[in-house]
Design a protein around this ligand. Structure first.
Ligand code: AMP
Length: 114
């Protein structure tokens, strides 16, 4: 989608540190990391928010979760613990309107989140 920064990363029109890619998903390092591990997993299909998910996206979401698990294992944070975060709409802090899972780990997380 034009004007979507994550679609531009998928198209390789802007650079990103890509750590995983397949037919349906791509993962890259967050440009402003909030933890020692902060990787984003996104679908190649442009979906603006969680609220825009359709029934037909069920397999895609399952796939994204499996990719997130793989990255957590590959980065050595799976057993220690990690957090998977998706922000939806302004009060959550969503700033990029192309759904993404933040994989956060490598330090102790706190609750409640800010
Ligand atoms: P959210 O605020 O939940 O929508 O998350 C968007 C995330 O995308 C933020 O953590 C940003 O730091 C990250 N981000 C924005 N632009 C880029 C980029 N060009 N490359 C990597 N991460 C980005």
């Amino acid at each position: 989608m034009r004007d979507c920064i994550f679609c531009r990363i998928i198209e390789k029109k802007i650079p990103a540190k890509i750590v995983y890619e397949d037919e349906f998903a791509i993962a890259f390092e967050d440009i402003n990391p909030q933890a020692p591990v902060h990787t984003l997993v996104i679908p190649k299909k442009h979906i603006s928010t969680l609220l825009d998910l359709k029934d037909e996206d069920s397999n895609l979401i399952h796939h994204l979760l499996k990719v997130a698990n793989k990255i957590a294992r590959d980065k050595g944070i799976a057993e220690r613990g990690f957090r998977l975060v998706t922000n939806c709409n302004p009060e959550s802090g969503q700033s990029v309107y192309h759904i993404h899972f933040h994989i956060l780990g490598g330090r102790q997380m706190h609750w409640p989140p800010g």
